[in-house]
Design a protein around this ligand. Structure first.
Ligand code: UDX
Length: 451
């Protein structure tokens, strides 16, 4: 770590695993550059302070009741975030006011997630510059100003004959991606999106976990659209692992299980921390994996399957068949798993963290996006970088078996793997000394000091 620079930064993650990981990784990056760190967080999905003894943690009320928290609140993420965005504003303002009176160092800025709607106004009221962290690919955030108009454009519902057409305003998205992207929320999302565009434009800068090697043009465009300095400081997990910020207990036995598998033979399956699937989709995935005859490591998060606690929908026959070749766990140390020599493919929902983690380990993907930014990430993986196979939303045993075999044992899979290795090397260069991401961290640190 560099010597303390006498400057404190306040971080405020959105309380979801996919947002807490990058924020705490950013905390580590800034700490290593000499900044003191305070993390303000909600009671819901509170990070484990004891895992981060170098940072100060302050909890604020999120106004959620015990039953709201216990009834798997992530089953409706948008409604959860909407509620917390209302409930947490006053506690957040009070917390910052007290903090400013108490700390001895200069507080240079607040850095929080683009999904917080009230923080820009609070920061302006208290005279603290605010930087925005986007846990999305820059291409996706760039589309925010046009998302409401694309929705009203008349593309939906999409007819079969138009499903393969590009969305001209939003390449490389296809029209078939649109209904899942907006989900059931439709026009209810417009006010959120408008606020996020407005507050990002009023901010003092935008930080992406991305790099020029992946999206140079989009990063230039972000700067033009939001008219603030943009910092693409690389896949954050390249500098600091996400395992210390895991909200779930990671089942380490899966790493020992991987130790006994052949090189690049295992397909790793995980749909992240918020996606839900139906029981019949779950059974189709189970049969597809079983019929593929490939070894697999499958993360079935409790609450993943709507209406089920865990894997009880599996029949005894299916459990026996799955156990022949695979292992099911509730949560894995994902970065360690993807880096393991035995893992040769990743069936993923294409959350941006998972997509980056897979690229950095050179693991080709099978894309099964659940919604929102995952639809775009999956198109980049399958159609632009061509480092994965898209299931096109077909959660059917035959399609899953076909995709797993194509990726893991057929010649098409070998070509995809070659392209993935090239992409891995390019992104890897960005986080080495003198690379684009490392240079951007330097610029970000200087920018924060100048605020
Ligand atoms: C959500 C959105 O889906 C994502 O697109 C957005 O960028 C952030 O918020 P999530 O669905 O959880 O995130 O997916 P993802 O972005 O992939 O993040 C999941 C994180 O949990 C990753 O860092 C991954 O390594 C970790 N993880 C996942 C584990 O540590 N163990 C697991 O078993 C599964």
């Amino acid at each position: 770590m560099e010597k303390s620079n006498g400057t404190r930064v306040i971080l405020f993650p959105l309380p979801l695993q996919g947002c807490i990981n990058p924020m705490l990784q950013l905390a580590n990056i800034l700490y290593s550059r000499g900044f003191s760190i305070t993390v303000v967080h909600t009671r819901f999905n509170a990070p484990k302070a004891s895992n981060h003894p170098l940072f100060a943690f302050l909890e604020i009320s999120d106004g959620l009741s015990e039953s709201q928290i216990n009834d798997d609140p992530t089953s409706n993420v948008m409604s959860l975030l909407a509620q917390i965005n209302v409930n947490a504003e006053t506690p957040f303002r009070d917390c910052l006011q007290k903090l400013l009176l108490r700390v001895s160092e200069r507080v240079s800025c607040l850095i929080d997630d683009c999904g917080w709607l009230f923080t820009q106004s609070v920061a302006e009221g208290l005279n603290i510059p605010r930087l925005v962290l986007s846990t999305f690919k820059a291409t996706f955030l760039n589309a925010y100003p046009i998302l409401p108009c694309v929705r009203t454009k008349g593309y939906l519902p999409v007819s079969d004959s138009e499903a393969e057409d590009s969305v001209l305003e939003f390449p490389p998205l296809l029209k078939r991606d649109l209904s899942r992207l907006y989900g059931e929320f439709g026009e209810k999302l417009d006010p959120f999106i408008d606020t996020i565009v407005d507050t990002t434009m009023r901010s003092s800068g935008l930080v992406f976990m991305s790099c020029e090697e992946l999206e140079k043009d989009s990063l230039t465009l972000s700067n033009e659209i939001f008219k603030v300095p943009v910092f693409a400081i690389g896949p954050f997990h390249s500098y600091f692992s996400a395992s210390s910020s895991s909200l779930f207990r990671q089942d380490e036995t899966c790493v020992h299980w991987l130790d006994n598998q052949e090189d690049k033979s295992v397909i790793y399956v995980s749909l992240g921390s918020v996606v839900n699937i139906t029981e019949s989709e779950f059974l189709e995935i189970a049969w597809g994996l079983s019929n593929s005859k490939q070894p697999f490591l499958w993360v079935v998060r409790p609450g993943l399957i709507l209406g089920a606690e865990w894997i009880e929908p599996l029949s005894e026959e299916l459990v026996r068949s799955l156990e022949e070749k695979g292992k099911i766990v509730k949560w894995s140390p994902q970065q360690e798993v993807l880096a393991h020599r035995a893992v040769g493919g990743f069936l993923t929902h294409n959350g941006w963290n998972s997509t980056l983690e897979s690229i950095c380990e050179g693991v080709p993907m099978i894309c099964l996006p659940g919604g929102w930014d995952q639809m775009l990430n999956a198109r980049f993986v399958s159609d632009v970088w061509r480092v994965g196979i898209h299931l096109e939303g077909q959660i059917e045993r035959k399609e899953i078996e076909k995709a797993v075999r194509m990726l893991m044992v057929e010649s098409e899979g070998a070509k995809i793997r070659e392209r993935m290795n090239v992409l891995k090397d390019e992104v890897g260069r960005s986080v080495k000394d003198g690379g684009s991401s490392v240079r951007s961290i330097e610029t970000l640190a200087n920018h924060i000091l100048s605020l």
